[in-house]
Design a protein. Sequence first.
Length: 179
Amino acid sequence: MSDDVSPPNNPDNAPGDPADVEIIPAEIDLKLKVGGMPGRKGAINEEAIQRAEKAIERVSVNYLEVGRAQVASLIGQFAGVKANPSDAGSAIMQVSMTAREIKGQAKTCGYNLLTDVAESMYRFLSDRSSLTPKQIAFVDAHLGVMQNVVAHDLRGSGGPVGTELLRSIAVAKQKLDDS
């Protein structure tokens, strides 16, 4: 990289021109403190790492119960959206945030299929303030898959059943796109 970088908002450059960018070098202090660099250890206390791993293990043991409760809550929240889909901005946001929460916890506990479906649902809902009937059907497809994952304890990718469940979301997405 060249050291010859124009300052931001240079009048000689068009907006969006690469020379219209100021480059600020990143500090490596944080990298050294939390994770080190190749060939160098970071300053993370081994005891703190062990405590964190044990906490994750405790959550993982009970995650199926937690996941079932979260999915049931999500279904209840979405019922509120369905009651008034054209004016449900805050309710949709709540459903979206719950899906995001499920995504994070499911991933940590080894439920990759649930993670993927929750992430898809979160991304779909995160910028919406209302839903059409076809969009509701698309979200319902996600909820159906999530219910199956927790009802049948489908860890990881869910195997062949997981593949079929993901296919059902793909079909719902195709129907949504065809509209």
